[in-house]
Write a protein that binds this ligand. Structure first.
Ligand code: FES
Length: 352
C-alpha cells in the first residue's frame, strides 16, 4: 500500500475523499484537486513514531528558545557594559552586546524554526482551493470561515500535542521579558527627587552668568536674571541633573504691580524668583516682556504673568510656575528661604 492510499484519521471525511481527485473546486467541494499532482502523505502522516520525533524536535526548539531568553536576562544583569572580547573574524567588541545579540537572536530564531518545523511536518498539508468571493462576505461564508478556523485549529493538533503547546506558550511568554529588562536603561527610579531641588533655607542666589552671589541692587527693573544655588558648579557631575530642577528666573517688579498676595510676601522689595522650567514639557523659559510682566516659553508659546503668581495666560502649560520664597541675609545677599513648595517642571500628578 502506498502512502497515498493510507487514510488520514486526522482529516475530515470530505477532505480525505477529495485527495487525489482532480476536478474544479466549488462551494460543495473546496478540497477538489485543481489539477495538481495527487497529494502525497508525509512520513509523519503515516508513522506515529516519525510524528513523535518531529514533535520532540519542535519542543526542543521551543525549549532552547526559553533557555536563550533566560541567558539573555542573565547576561544583561551579569556582564559589565565596559568588558570587551575578541570574536573571530569580527575583532574586539562589547561582550555585553555580543551576548545580548546572540541570546536574543537564538531565542527568536528557535521560536520561528519550531513553528516552521511544526507546520511542515505535523500540521495538515492538504491542498485546498477556494473560489474568489465578493469582498463583503455573507453570513454563511463568515460562518464557514469560523468553521474552517476551528478545523484548522483541530488539524494543527494543538489540543492533542500538549508538549508543543506547553513549550510554545512558555517560549512566547518568556521572550517579551527581554524587552522588560531593557526598561532598566531608562535610568534610576526618580524616588522623591522630582519633589525636591537644591534650594534650602539660607542658600544664596548666584548669577548664572557671572557666578557671583546676587544682591538686590544687581537686579534692575526690566531685566531678566538667571540664578542657581550657591555651591553648584558646572564642573560638578550632577550639574545637569540639578540645574534642570533648580534654575531660577529673577525679575524686579514694582511692588504695587504685584497682584498676588502670596507672591508679594515671598518677594523682596519687588524682586520675585520663579522656576525657569516651563510647566508644559520642561523647556527653559527665556523671554521677558517688561511692559506686561509676561514671560514666554519659546517651545510652544506658553505665557505666564509674573505680576499675578506666574499663572498661565496663554498656551498649553497646565500650571503656574512655582515661586521660590526669597529674602536678604545679614550680608545683603539674596537668599532662599526654603525649597520650592511645588514640584518644578511638567507635572505628572495633580498639584495640591
Ligand atoms: S515647553 Fe513651554 S510651552 Fe511647551
Amino acid at each position: 500500500m502506498s502512502s497515498q492510499d493510507i487514510p488520514d484519521e486526522n482529516l475530515p471525511a470530505e477532505q480525505e475523499a477529495a485527495h487525489g481527485a482532480v476536478g474544479v473546486a466549488d462551494e460543495k467541494n473546496p478540497f477538489a484537486n485543481p489539477g495538481l499532482p495527487p497529494h502525497e502523505h508525509r512520513i509523519q502522516d503515516t508513522d506515529e513514531r516519525a510524528a513523535k520525533r518531529s514533535e520532540r524536535v519542535v519542543a526542543l526548539l521551543f525549549t532552547v528558545s526559553m533557555l536563550a531568553t533566560v541567558a539573555f536576562i542573565a547576561a544583561y544583569v551579569a556582564i559589565p557594559s565596559d568588558k570587551s572580547i575578541f570574536v573571530f573574524p569580527i575583532g574586539h567588541l562589547s561582550a555585553l552586546n555580543f551576548a545580548l545579540g546572540l541570546t536574543l537572536g537564538t531565542a527568536l530564531f528557535c521560536i520561528g524554526a519550531g513553528a516552521v518545523h511544526w507546520a511542515r511536518t505535523l500540521m495538515s498539508d492538504v491542498e485546498i482551493t477556494d473560489e474568489r468571493h465578493p469582498i463583503a462576505a455573507p453570513a454563511d461564508v463568515r460562518a464557514k470561515v469560523i468553521a474552517d478556523f476551528k478545523q484548522g485549529a483541530k488539524e494543527s493538533a494543538i489540543g492533542r500535542r500538549g508538549l508543543i503547546r506547553t513549550t510554545m506558550f512558555g517560549a512566547l511568554t518568556l521572550v517579551p521579558l527581554a524587552g522588560v529588562v531593557l526598561l532598566r536603561d531608562l535610568g534610576p527610579l526618580p524616588g522623591t527627587s522630582l519633589r525636591h531641588t537644591l534650594w534650602s533655607k539660607g542658600k544664596l542666589l548666584v548669577n548664572m552668568n557671572t557666578n557671583e552671589p546676587l544682591r538686590p541692587e544687581d537686579v534692575a527693573v526690566g531685566s531678566l536674571t538667571f540664578a542657581k544655588p550657591e555651591g553648584l558648579e558646572e564642573t560638578d557631575e550632577e550639574f545637569q541633573t540639578e540645574i534642570a530642577k533648580a534654575a531660577l528666573m529673577i525679575v524686579r517688579l514694582q511692588p504695587d504691580n504685584i497682584k498676588d498676595k502670596r507672591e508679594l510676601e515671598w518677594s523682596h522689595e519687588g524682586i520675585v524668583a520663579y522656576s525657569k522650567i516651563c510647566t508644559h514639557v520642561g523647556c527653559p523659559i527665556s523671554l521677558y516682556e517688561q511692559q506686561t510682566h509676561h514671560v514666554l516659553c519659546p517651545c510652544h508659546q506658553s505665557t505666564f504673568d509674573l505680576s499675578d503668581g506666574a499663572r498661565v495666560i496663554f498656551g498649553p502649560a497646565g500650571h503656574a510656575l512655582p515661586q521660590l520664597r526669597i529674602g536678604v541675609n545679614d550680608e545683603g545677599y539674596l537668599e532662599a528661604l526654603g525649597d520650592f513648595e511645588e514640584p518644578v517642571g511638567p507635572a505628572f500628578w495633580e498639584r495640591g
